[in-house]
Design a protein around this ligand. Sequence first.
Ligand SMILES: [Zn+2]
Length: 418
Amino acid sequence: MNRFSSRVRIAALACLVCAGFSVALPADAAARRKTYAVAYEVELRPQSGIAHVTMTLTGPELPSRLTFNIDPERHRNFSGNGDLERGPKSVAWSPPLDKGTLTFDFKVDNVLKGGTYDSRMTDAWAVFRGDRLIPPVRSLASTRLYAETTLHFTLPPGWSILTRYPDRGGHRYVIEDPARRFERPTGWMLAGKIGSRQAAVAGVSAIVATPANDAARRQETLAFLGWNLPHVTSLFPAFPKRLLIVRAGEPMFRGGLSGPASLFLHSARPLVTENRTSPLLHELVHVAMGIRGDATSDWIVEGLAEYYSIELLRRSGGISARRFREATALQGTRGQRAPDLFVGASTGAVTARAVSVMLAVDAEIKEATRGKASLDDVARDLAKRRGEVSLSLFQTLAAKAAGRPVRALERTTLINDR
Ligand SMILES: [Zn+2]
């Protein structure tokens, strides 16, 4: 939906990649697998604006080296036993053989251009992301070595915290991420004096949380999920079973930002705009798909999110078929102002133009298959793969759904059609 949402999401997904993916082990190797414990202890200190992190590794065998990809402005004061090497944007830690402790400070506040924040701690609340708190890390370890990871928060008096993970009691969480060898917490988090509403919708435990005095309408957000989320999960059956929606007002970023199994949406943003797009459905599609564009394909990511924010509203009865046509026609008009789809970050007119492409692709697949397939099949395929999407991958998956190449996705069509 906006420049920041793309950039932040890209960074988050990039972290997944650099954390390294595990591979299925043969049975004998699985039998020989060894475990060790990783405990993240995080103390929120509003008076100094930092989260103090203590990371403890224990076990008969530990990774020989962990290399953190840090943001030197925000990850500071590293200290630990074993060997520590500090680079300008990295910290490499070789823990002692059976027990290692590393501590550092994370500056919670992060100011964006225009003076708003995508991470913020006041004396009453804190909104931040787990995957910023603990920087991306590469581990050097035996392939049979597996981590059992926990996270625990120490909070100021009267504070509580919500994360994408269920609380196992006393702000303690188990982090399970089969895609990573070395797990770390991810997703949006809200701490402080907070108010929340929870409901089970379409098999998803959905929580809407805000700072206690925030004007965001939690119950309306939850009601909106009640009639729309079933359409999201039927389009994307692998949608996370637990979803955290954090809403907060000034001075937070005035838009939506998605993360793993969680999202942030500014309190003042409407659930449906006057243009009949839905900022909340847009971010839910990002959560469901978990894709990022290559250098020139952000329009695919943003176009799918924006197209489905209108289409899912139509499916749920939120808007009529006629209003759907009006809404997509409006996107077509706005899209004419975009000189080029192939930009680094898709915003405004580029995303609007991408919506028209999605509409054309959907129509073409339906026509080629006499309604047996649609853009849904392509979107579902992409959501299954996750990770990076390129024009050629999108063309391939669309051709697979249509049974022939899709004209609307030919590069010349994309360049010339306005
Ligand atoms: Zn977006």
